[in-house]
Design a protein around this ligand. Structure first.
Ligand code: AMP
Length: 197
């Protein structure tokens, strides 16, 4: 098994974020689970990769050529795959992963998380998607998702597919127990939608 990890290229304001990244990397390695990630040496990306490698785990980095220097590619990985574009990077990460998890991060982390989560809704893939909660970091985002659901923009059955884990053990337990649901449009027209004129 291999988990794609999305994570900030910064370390964040609290040491708790870095500690959580280290626990995740170490925990995945200990469980015999590999990591595929963006290939950076910096921030939480570097922390999770270093911890997994130090614990004997497999870490595959995937980075677009233009970012190899700017994001300071990690040179000690099991494998560093260089792509031409960001889109190829995300596709290569998605193909090689069995599950996805986002550590705290910024706009790039959110972009990666929301692509794989919405693609799961559309049944483009059938892999579990999770956030790793650290000191309530994801609470405002989860609240925003609940606001979308309460206002009819995000179906409750899709809202509930985003897993929330607090450590590597609960992440793996949830990912392994996860069952894909029917794709968003499989049931025909939305029964909650108003009748057509
Ligand atoms: P950040 O969370 O902004 O620190 O970014 C973390 C990771 O997301 C880094 O590996 C970035 O290369 C990646 N990233 C940034 N912007 C994008 C984007 N538009 N699409 C995909 N990945 C991105």
């Amino acid at each position: 098994m291999r988990v794609a990890v999305f994570a900030g290229s910064a370390s964040g304001a609290s040491p708790r974020y870095r500690e959580a990244a280290i626990e995740l990397g170490r925990g995945l390695a200990g469980a015999g689970v590999g990591i595929v990630y963006g290939g950076g040496h910096v921030g939480l990306m570097g922390a999770v990769a270093d911890a997994c490698l130090a614990a004997g785990g497999e870490v595959i980095g995937v980075m677009p050529r233009a970012l190899v220097e700017r994001e300071i590619a990690h040179r000690g990985l099991t494998d560093l795959q260089v792509t031409e574009t960001m889109h190829e990077r995300k596709a290569a990460m998605a193909e090689q992963a069995d599950a996805f998890v986002a550590l705290p991060g910024g706009a790039g982390t959110l972009e990666e998380l929301f692509e794989v989560w919405t693609w799961q809704h559309l049944a483009i893939h059938t892999k579990p998607v999770a956030v790793l909660e650290v000191d309530g970091f994801w609470r405002p985002l989860l609240d925003a998702l609940d606001t979308m659901t309460g206002n009819g923009f995000l179906k409750p059955e899709l809202r509930s597919t985003l897993l929330v884990a607090s450590d590597s053990a609960s992440l793996l337990a949830r990912a392994k127990a996860w069952q894909p649901r029917a794709p968003k449009w499989a049931g025909g027209p939305d029964p909650a939608a108003p009748p057509r004129p």
